[in-house]
Design a protein around this ligand. Structure first.
Ligand SMILES: NC(=O)c1ccc[n+]([C@@H]2O[C@H](COP(=O)([O-])OP(=O)(O)OC[C@H]3O[C@@H](n4cnc5c(N)ncnc54)[C@H](OP(=O)(O)O)[C@@H]3O)[C@@H](O)[C@H]2O)c1
Length: 272
């Protein structure tokens, strides 16, 4: 065997090994996949949203279709402060009919530094009592996270923020990653507003997938925990069919390049 043919042989072996590893990686990522949290627990890699679903049969049916439950609930902006936060949580727990919730979040930093700091102390107390297994925040910008990290005794495990190819928030995401705070991606389908975007539609066609599936898969491949919402059975099933295939690096870049700082509803990450 000449040197060049032995190189070719080695290259072929490397290629086969690389493809086998890549395939194993893709196959290993399933609906049951989890992400580790900085408090030692794990969270499902894909969430399920129920925002703006009216309470009632439709909501119950959607949840039943999606079942396998991890319960996250939030402290609303009008219930901040130490005592209020404890009472609001107790009220939520009673309404949910549960002994504990998996994840309790501060919904937004809007109530201001003093109140959100007191509220965090309440969340830490609820955590210590075992009433919430993990605690985190939502809609926090970098300055809010720095403020929280300077006073907390328990670190937030997640920051739930709006993040899509149209709103990539690179700095905030990098900060969260650097602090080992998971990013949960809300409104990952842009509330339906970008599902007809020509670049997205063309990438979806290329993969034989729906635009919504591409957005969810993009989020997963970026390392986020996307929370797509639907009340339709066929969409719930399609939105969960995002494993066992992947978006190529080139198409991931094309999607990420769509950033236009597009906010669907509100953006508390910039408030003081
Ligand atoms: N922390 C926060 O401030 C915050 C804010 C907003 C949302 N969230 C969380 O994020 C979750 C999801 O966000 P979201 O409800 O705002 O928006 P979203 O998940 O981006 O989009 C939901 C919309 O997309 C449609 N849809 C779902 N699957 C689809 C599919 N396969 N094809 C076409 N359309 C599809 C839904 O319609 P149908 O339901 O009719 O199928 C609905 O109109 C919420 O439920 C909530 O948990 C958090």
């Amino acid at each position: 065997m000449t040197s060049s043919t032995s190189h070719q042989g080695r290259d072929t072996v490397f290629k086969i090994l690389f493809q086998a590893c890549a395939t194993l990686f893709i196959m290993a990522f399933t609906l049951q996949s989890t992400r580790s949290l900085n408090d030692g627990r794990t969270i499902p890699a894909l969430g399920f949203g129920v925002y703006q679903v009216e309470p009632g049969d439709k909501a119950v049916q959607a949840i039943l279709w999606a079942l396998e439950i991890w319960v996250t609930t939030k402290l609303w902006d009008d219930s901040h402060g130490y005592t209020n936060a404890i009472s609001a949580f107790e009220f939520s727990l009673e309404k949910l009919g549960l002994d504990y919730v998996d994840l309790y979040l501060i919904h937004s930093p809007y109530p201001g530094k003093k109140l959100r700091t007191e509220s965090w102390k309440a969340l830490e107390e609820l955590h210590r009592k075992g009433l919430v297994k993990s605690i985190g925040v939502s809609n926090y910008g970098i300055h809010h996270l720095k403020e929280l990290l300077s006073i907390c005794t328990i670190k937030p495990v997640v920051n739930q923020i709006e993040v899509t190819p149209y709103l990539t928030r690179e700095d905030l995401v990098a900060f969260c990653n650097g602090q080992n705070i998971r990013v949960e991606a809300y409104s990952p389908l842009t509330m339906g507003q970008k599902l007809k975007d020509p670049t997205l539609v063309s990438i979806a066609r290329k993969h034989g997938k729906q635009p919504a599936q591409i957005l969810i898969r993009w989020s997963l491949q970026r390392g986020f925990i996307p929370l797509p919402k639907s009340v339709h059975k066929e969409r719930i099933i399609a939105n969960a069919d995002v494993f066992g295939w992947e978006i190529s690096a080139e198409d991931m870049d094309a999607l990420t390049g769509l950033n236009e700082d597009f906010v669907t509803e509100w953006d508390p990450t910039t408030c003081s």
